[in-house]
Design a protein around this ligand. Structure first.
Ligand code: ATP
Ligand code: MG
Length: 574
């Protein structure tokens, strides 16, 4: 065959920045397959909320379609009424939109194809390619054999077409109990591919379906539904994760019952996203929700899209992270630090800066006039000078972080100490002159004197001191609550510990609620708007929680400013 001189080599594709799936798609388009059409699909089962692993699939399915001018369908793979719910359908739509993708009017449901799938099953029965098996699932499993040992034929395998037709129709009419009978494809009980050993096509389920009600009593299995649904929708590239590699021959087997040379969907697999310090199994996530171990699917500690949104992650940061880890043919465990890095990078660019004191201690500037307030200028975002400044009140009584003061400091402690000078960010240089303690010896007040000439614009403004602290003016500060989130599990890969109950590996410190933090008035005002992203100077990135109200502000800590966890782990190892 003559090489099309326009077809780039793999190296050339690599240079263009195509991943291996995009290369396959590009080659198919170049070869004019499927009439030059490109149509992908994202096929969630509405049995849970989407997580960051799904985001990887979404970025692939929608991304490749966008890149090459194709379309991407959203197809709800709703073939199991027992586990599915409209709540999940709604959340899935919202999450995909939030990530920045749109399926237009191409929203489909596998359940829409139940009639065609049923017709195909009838046709296969008539052609001697399917039979009704009366055995229990245990009996069927016992006959499956092993990868090295052939299976045994079912005693019902050679039923007549008439009997099969009659029984299958009666299965769907509700005459038999769940589990009493299944419809199986008659392929090969000795096939080296276990999925070819007379796979189940239909089972009886009597739970009403969220869309089709009690119209159907038989429901197609994934393998009998997926490829055909792709075909009915005109999907050209059915991109999924590596665990479906062994299913591919069966996908092709069933699709062949429908397709011809002019159009045939094709399955391509890439590696799943697995993240450290969390679990990605929907079953386990559902268990955490059901048992109240988290506050819901959108608990900010969950690896769900809705949890990450509530926590304050941005869609851009999630997409950047997914771009960075890429798509391969090898399973891997990705470090959550990479995701956190992407989150910090994006928030650093967009977050509004403000001052908040998490663990306040009172500072009194004894030489500052009582009752006086002056306004100092604070930059809203040094990364975006166009966002301008805001004003922040300075007065005689302030709050600083308790940790920023030490009475007996070690060397290299450049924060506030008795007799030492520090700058209050954006304002004056102060020197600690005294501390006031309660009878137990706890510090209740720190007394300072300020240098009136050290403010910006004054002659002493260039004077250098080693430390700069954040602060808020006590009479102007607004009280708020901070929810400090950390990793949900304290084991790197909970899924790799099959002998332990995964719930034992939950991080007991994954949420700390801090009441009575002090925030500057500007922050309090801005935080009335949901979805805002803030950097509390020197502390971390925060966003108002859904529970936050103008009367009682509640901030979620999205992430600390620096990767203190990695540091703590590294130190612990030394
Ligand atoms: P289950 O089938 O156990 O309910 P699932 O996570 O496979 O869970 P689906 O709703 O079937 O959920 O997934 C929809 C799509 O998302 C599939 O194409 C699947 O391959 C993909 N997907 C799911 N988990 C991941 C992951 N961790 N990384 C990448 N893609 C994923
Ligand atoms: Mg699945």
């Amino acid at each position: 065959m003559a090489e099309n001189i326009n077809t780039p080599t793999a190296e050339e594709n690599e240079k263009k920045g195509l991943n291996f799936v995009e290369q396959i798609v590009w080659d198919d388009l170049q070869a004019g397959k499927n009439g030059g059409r490109l149509n992908t699909r994202f096929p969630p089962e509405p049995n849970g909320y989407l997580h960051i692993g799904h985001a990887k699939a979404i970025c692939m399915d929608f991304g490749v379609a966008e890149k090459f001018g194709g379309t991407c369908n959203l197809r709800f793979d709703d073939t199991n009424p027992v586990k599915e719910d409209v709540e999940y359908v709604d959340s899935i739509r919202e999450d995909i939109h939030w990530l920045g993708f749109d399926w237009g009017d191409r929203e489909y449901y596998a359940s829409d194809y139940f009639p065609q799938l049923y017709d195909l099953a009838i046709r296969m029965i008539k052609e001697g390619k399917a039979y009704v098996d009366d055995q229990t699932s245990e009996q069927i499993a016992a006959q499956k054999g092993t990868p090295t040992q052939p299976g045994q034929n079912s005693p019902y395998r050679d039923r007549s077409v008439e009997e099969n037709l009659d029984l299958f129709q009666r299965m769907n009419a509700g005459e038999f109990e769940e589990g009493a009978r299944v419809l199986r494809a008659k392929i090969d009980m000795a096939s080296p591919n276990m999925h070819f050993r007379d796979p189940i096509m239909y089972r009886i389920l009597k739970t009403p379906h969220h869309r089709t009600g009690d119209k159907w009593k038989v429901y197609p299995m994934y393998d009998f539904a997926h490829g055909q649904s792709d075909y009915f929708e005109g999907v050209t590239h059915s991109i999924c994760t590596l665990e479906f590699v062994p299913h591919r021959p069966l996908y092709e087997y069933f699709v062949k019952e429908l397709a011809d040379e002019s159009y045939c969907p094709r399955q391509i697999e890439f590696n799943r996203l697995n993240l450290t310090y969390t679990v990605m199994s929907k079953r386990k996530l559902l268990q955490l929700v059901k048992e109240g171990l988290v506050a819901g699917w959108d608990d900010p500690r969950m690896p769900t899209i809705s949890g990450m949104r509530r926590r304050g992650f941005t869609p851009q940061s999630i997409r950047n992270f997914i771009d960075k880890i890429g798509y391969t043919k090898f399973e891997a465990l990705n470090s959550v630090s990479l995701l956190e890095h992407a989150v910090r990078e994006d928030l650093n660019a967009i977050a509004t800066r403000g001052m908040a004191v998490i663990n306040p201690v009172k500072v009194v500037i004894t030489n500052y006039p009582e009752g006086q307030t002056e306004m100092v200028e604070m930059e809203n975002n040094p990364e975006r000078p166009e966002e301008g400044n805001h004003e922040m009140p300075f007065s005689r009584e302030l709050y600083i972080e308790r940790d920023d003061f030490m009475e007996n400091p070690p060397k290299k402690f450049f924060r506030m100490t008795p007799g030492g000078e520090v700058r209050l960010k954006g304002a004056y240089i102060v020197k600690c002159t005294d501390v006031v303690k309660d009878p137990q010896g706890n510090i209740v007040e720190i007394h300072c004197e300020y240098d009136p000439l050290s403010r910006s614009g004054m002659p002493g403004s260039q004077r250098k001191v080693k430390g700069t602290l954040h602060w808020v003016s006590a009479p102007h500060a607004v009280d708020a609550t901070a929810r400090m989130y950390d990793r949900l599990f304290n084991v790197e890969n909970p899924a790799a510990e099959p002998d332990r109950d995964f719930r034992e590996m939950l991080n007991p410190d994954s949420l700390k609620i801090v009441e009575g933090i002090k925030v500057e008035p500007f922050l309090a005002e801005q935080a009335k708007e949901q979805g805002r992203k803030f950097q509390f100077q020197r502390i971390g990135y925060f966003t108002p929680d859904y529970d936050s109200t103008p009367e009682h502000l509640i901030f979620n800590r999205t992430i600390a400013l620096k990767d203190s966890w990695e540091k703590a782990v590294a130190n612990a190892k030394v």
